[in-house]
Design a protein around this ligand. Structure first.
Ligand SMILES: [Zn+2]
Length: 593
């Protein structure tokens, strides 16, 4: 698309003073875009605030005062009066599942439906009526608010018995199937639990139809996925939507060869409107064999396609499951309590052999690969830190930027160990609030001494840990401003709940860092993104409010006015803005390499 039309879009974006001159008059040493009279939060080492910023092509060429910009304004330069608005570096989501989430939008949604068979029945039956099929055609219902939900295959038969039916929990770790489904997947008494998963059984050992963690793959892998083209098209649409929330980079936190193909397709077709890093799924985290290490290194190399837009270099491991009753597969240092506060025999489940996992981590660390661990319970966190300590001992200090994600419960003795071993705390801070789906299924089973350390962002920050933000969408929303609000207030607005462990709140500046410069560091792209400094890529967002000073209860309402990725305007909120006609800008960037 022409430079002139881009100019029109940029000008309409803010309805500000705007000069758009003849695009043929391009001149040396001038900027393409100059944003002035704003509040530019640079996220540079001193967290300085500037008034104006200029970029040329994909590169920031000046950050400073309005008057510094004059020499950069030429005949074709687009200038924009920000009218005091806040500009931040582009948002970076360090733990998200874009392809799964995009495909899930096609399925029957149970979001907001009470998790009881009688309430689910009419919703699922209405979906089934719209999508008829025979006894071999799977039917998937997703986003079940599964906390506290329990059902057997027979219960689900009362909803649908002829067709194989699967319900998937919104925690991404649980699934329930009806009797026809159980029959099709062929799971019986003799079927063993897979590594990192649990098949729920009755007293006789017979599977009840409920699957936890990796065991869900026994069912879900049997259901045909849409084609690569279809998944790519759905994901491309979702990436556009993410641009509207200011996201410019993300890490796909679970990538098998099938997802790697989708990302590659988006790249090859010029539709990758986001910087993406892919975390290759490890499979069995206790497999430290030569074969396993070689496979992961090869997959990582194959995933490194473009240093700016599509990289790998990370692997994903599950250390445990989820903490909420009744699953309780998160690994704890001391047992879960029963509903009356008495200790049980259950300490959850660690999904690896600690020594073999530590050896795997050390070998990957030596090969320059970062390890991203899902760890929910305090024992899973401890064992993961132990593995990183083992790697440090074996290899000395490396620069791989290993991460532990989720961190629902961390023992205070482990807070300083994040800094000690350079392990990054990847937190989903939207979850840090007392809602019914958290409180009832966890508080009584942990007791007050442990519950006080739920999502301990403040303690980790105080102990010097680097905190980064990830949404885990589609477990929760990918609006980074909602996560920032919860990080600061530790509560869901308007629910009338007490904040969750208010001492664990973090300052708004730290929350912004978690989605910008710290996230860029975790993604190992801080040399080019994460802050607004001369020479870095022009990834930035213009916001409708100053989240550094507004009432913290309104941060989540932030409207992104414009999103620039690599100097391309990839989103504008202004009515009539033509940003969506400028796909060619990113497509051209992708062809540069
Ligand atoms: Zn995840």
């Amino acid at each position: 698309m022409t430079a002139l039309r881009t100019t029109v879009a940029a000008c309409m974006a803010l309805l500000a003073s705007c000069t758009a001159l003849n695009p043929s008059q391009a001149s040396e040493g001038k900027a393409d875009v100059v944003l002035q009279n704003g509040k530019i939060y640079t996220a540079d080492p001193t967290r300085s605030i500037a008034q104006a910023i200029a970029f040329n092509g994909n590169t920031i060429v000046a950050v400073g005062k309005d008057e510094d910009m004059a020499p950069l304004i030429g005949a074709t330069t687009q200038t924009m009066d920000l009218q005091g608005k806040l500009v931040l570096p582009g948002m970076i989501d360090t733990h998200i599942h874009p392809i799964f989430g995009a495909v899930d939008r096609l399925k029957c949604s149970l979001a907001g439906v009470p998790a009881r068979t009688d309430a689910l029945k009419p919703v699922i039956q209405a979906c089934l009526a719209k999508e008829p099929g025979g006894p071999d055609k799977w039917f998937e219902a997703v986003q079940l608010d599964n906390y506290g939900f329990s059902a057997t295959a027979l219960d689900l038969d009362s909803i649908e018995s002829a067709r194989p039916l699967v319900l998937e929990g919104n925690d991404g770790h649980t699934a329930w199937v009806n009797s026809r489904g159980l029959e099709l997947v062929g799971i019986a008494v003799a079927t063993p639990d897979p590594p990192g998963g649990k098949i729920v059984r009755d007293v006789s050992g017979t599977p009840t139809g409920s699957f936890i963690d990796n065991a869900t793959a026994l069912v879900l892998d049997k259901i045909p996925e849409p084609s690569v083209e279809e998944r790519a098209a759905l994901t491309a649409a979702e990436l556009r939507n993410m641009s509207a929330y200011g996201l410019t980079s993300l890490m796909d936190a679970y990538v098998t060869p099938a997802e790697a193909l989708v990302w590659r397709r988006l790249y090859d077709t010029g539709k990758l409107s986001m910087r993406v890093r892919t975390a290759i799924y490890v499979g069995d985290p206790s497999d430290d064999s030569d074969q396993s290490v070689a496979r992961l290194i090869a997959a990582s190399k194959a995933g490194d396609v473009d240093p700016d837009f599509l990289r790998a270099g990370v692997v994903k491991v599950f250390a445990d499951g989820v903490m909420e009753y009744p699953a309780q597969t998160a690994a704890l240092l001391s047992p879960y309590l029963d509903a009356d506060g008495k200790p049980t025999n259950n300490v959850g489940k660690l999904y690896f052999d600690p020594l073999r996992f530590a050896r795997l981590v050390a070998r990957l660390d030596a090969a320059g690969i970062a390890v991203h661990v899902h760890a929910i319970g305090d024992r899973a966190v401890r064992e993961s830190l132990d593995a990183f300590a083992f790697a440090r001992k074996a290899n000395g200090t490396t620069d791989n930027r290993h991460q532990i994600a989720h961190l629902q419960l961390v023992d205070p003795a482990d807070f300083p160990r994040f800094k000690e071993f350079g392990v990054i705390a990847d937190m989903q801070l939207e979850w840090a609030e007392r809602d019914a789906s958290l409180e009832a299924p966890t508080e009584p089973y942990l007791g007050p001494n442990r519950y006080r350390y739920l999502y301990p962002a403040g303690s980790l920050h105080a102990a010097g840990a680097m905190i980064v933000g990830g949404s885990d969408w589609d477990v929760s929303s990918y609006n980074p401003f909602r996560a920032m609000q919860h990080a600061v207030t530790r509560s869901e607005r308007g629910m009338g709940h007490e904040p969750l462990n208010i001492d664990e709140r973090i300052p708004i500046g730290t929350a912004i860092d978690a989605y910008t410069i710290n996230a860029a560091f975790a993604m190992k792209q801080d040399a080019t993104t994460g802050s607004l400094e001369v020479g870095k890529r022009a990834d930035l967002v213009i916001l409708d409010r100053d989240i550094l000073s507004v009432d913290s209860e309104t941060i989540e309402d932030t409207v992104v006015l414009d999103t620039y990725l690599d100097g391309c305007l990839v989103y504008s909120a202004m009515p009539g803005a033509l940003w969506h006609e400028h796909d060619s800008c990113i497509a051209e960037r992708l062809r540069r390499y």
